[in-house]
Write a protein that binds this ligand. Structure first.
Ligand SMILES: Cc1cc2nc3c(=O)[nH]c(=O)nc-3n(C[C@H](O)[C@H](O)[C@H](O)COP(=O)(O)OP(=O)(O)OC[C@H]3O[C@@H](n4cnc5c(N)ncnc54)[C@H](O)[C@@H]3O)c2cc1C
Length: 456
């Protein structure tokens, strides 16, 4: 039986490369029309921008990943536009162009990447509000800016990178509002310097933005996105308590990344709360092997480590699969990969600590803020349900809150609101966020069409 890789980003590409090198023919599934994943997403047919224009400093890495994947095409079973929407014992359920198909596997490597973490604020459901990742995809995939005058709000390296990419592309960047104060970042300077050129690039983006007169506000508290049927303004409070407002027609927001780990969840992989990432992360050993027979994890879907380490983790998980199949393992290659993964961990941890998830912002969410936009549940409704449950039930957790309020029960299955909902609940119950748990993955992991009976 085949090895199935879900995700054709940096992790999936390097996993496929190692498996093909060992004489295997893996199936590679990706819901996107082409390979590349998030960072190295390929432009649609008919677009002819240069790698430099699309990927900036990462052009050479993007070219290398694309070339590696192109070399593999004849040796793998690549299934683009194919969503893996469920995982049960030894089988992945997929859908492609409306056709459902069950794909059996002996081993699977889940390389499903990450997505933005969101904290709702008043006005975030207005047309013109995007996640940071969404605003970048708009630029990379379609060559479109999300607005003519855009504010970038949140925290993390992606905040500065996307603002820079927008400004370079000719969009007007009204402001970059980083919820993390400068002092928090400065405290991690030693660990950040271990990032070498990656750290240098981050400094360059910030310096370039400042040099081009783009206001960067550090340690600010976002208050509201204003507008009547469309984004018209962003207001915030600075560290001195003074309120500001900028006229904008679009806002991109994101507070770091979280693993897309629903398939691992459906497979039965246990999860642990990682206090540094402030994320629930599927449990795996350093090679990517999990406690579930045949299920391996790599890349950001197994814990946020960035694109370079995603490549190494993909290759490493492939060697673990090769070992599980009883084939010869290149011990030198494995040792090199293990060393790369260990060396990168210090920088990654510093990065997470330098841009912490602003839990207080979620905890302080105004009562009438829409928390779960699929089901239109406000922060106040969740708090009220939690207080009620406190009186009648044993310690509450987020799945119980979902049953009581429908928070996280809509089309996104809590992928968007889950992290913030857990913070609101934990603050209401006065307990650490890990004690309220996490929303369990449910199939389908992303919306799928209702199929005719014979196709299912
Ligand atoms: C929107 C976004 C933009 C980013 N931009 C940058 C950037 O500019 N620079 C940077 O350094 N880092 C960026 N990052 C982080 C960077 O993308 C990751 O570190 C890196 O891409 C991780 O590689 P990966 O192979 O683990 O996952 P990815 O590159 O994310 O690849 C995962 C692939 O899996 C596919 N997939 C996921 N779930 C399923 C499913 N259920 N069925 C089928 N296919 C599935 C996706 O379509 C995707 O192609 C970004 C992250 C996000 C979320």
């Amino acid at each position: 039986m085949s090895v199935v890789i879900v995700g054709a980003g940096p992790a999936g590409t390097r996993a496929a490369e190692v498996l093909v090198g060992a004489g295997l023919r893996p199936t590679v599934i990706d819901e996107a029309p082409e390979n590349g994943g998030r960072i190295y997403q390929r432009q649609p047919t008919g677009f002819h921008r240069t790698a430099r224009a699309l990927y900036g400093f990462e052009a050479a890495k993007a070219n290398a990943i694309h070339a590696a994947f192109d070399r593999l095409r004849a040796s793998i079973d690549f299934r683009p536009r194919t969503l893996a929407w469920n995982l049960r014992s030894g089988v992945i359920d997929t859908i492609c162009d409306g056709k459902a198909r069950a794909v059996p596997f002996a081993q699977t490597i889940l390389c499903t990447g990450a997505m933005d973490r969101v904290i709702p604020l008043p006005g975030w459901t207005l047309p013109g509000v995007f996640t940071l990742g969404g605003s970048q995809i708009s630029l990379k995939a379609q060559g479109c800016a999300i607005g003519a005058r855009v504010a970038f709000l949140g925290t993390g390296p992606l905040l500065y990178l996307v603002a820079y990419q927008y400004a370079r592309a000719g969009a007007q960047v009204a402001a970059v509002l980083d919820t993390t104060p400068f002092s928090t970042k400065a405290a991690q300077a030693f660990g950040l310097m271990r990032g070498g050129t990656t750290f240098a690039k981050g400094l360059y983006y910030i310096t370039w933005l400042r040099a081009h007169g783009i206001p960067i506000i550090e340690g600010g508290t976002p208050l509201a996105i204003g507008g009547d049927g469309q984004v018209e303004s962003l207001s915030w409070r600075d560290t001195r308590g003074i309120t500001h407002e900028a006229a904008v027609d679009a806002v991109a927001l994101g507070f770091g990344l979280k693993p897309e780990a629903q398939l691992a969840d459906l497979a039965g992989v246990p999860f642990d709360f990682d206090p540094v990432q402030h994320n629930w992360v599927p449990r795996r050993d350093p090679s990517g092997r999990t406690s579930v027979e045949g299920v391996f994890l790599a890349g950001d879907g197994s814990g946020i480590r960035g694109a370079d380490l995603a490549e190494a983790a993909g290759a490493r998980a492939a060697w673990a699969v090769i070992a599980a199949r009883g084939l010869a393992v290149d011990a030198h290659a494995v040792a090199r990969l293990d060393a790369t993964l260990v060396a990168g961990a210090t920088f990654r941890a510093a990065l997470e600590l330098a841009f912490p998830f602003p839990t207080q912002l979620a905890a302080d969410m105004a009562v009438d803020t829409i928390l779960c936009r699929c089901e239109a549940i406000t922060a106040g409704e969740l708090r009220a349900a939690a207080n009620e449950a406190l009186a009648t039930l044993p310690p509450s957790e987020v799945n119980r809150a979902k049953a009581l309020t429908r928070v996280g029960m809509g089309r996104c299955q809590g992928r968007v609101c889950g992290a913030a909902a857990a913070e609101v609940l934990a603050a209401t119950l006065s307990c650490p966020v890990e004690e309220v748990g996490r929303l369990r993955g449910q199939p389908p992991v992303k919306p799928i069409p209702i199929l005719p009976a014979e196709a299912a």
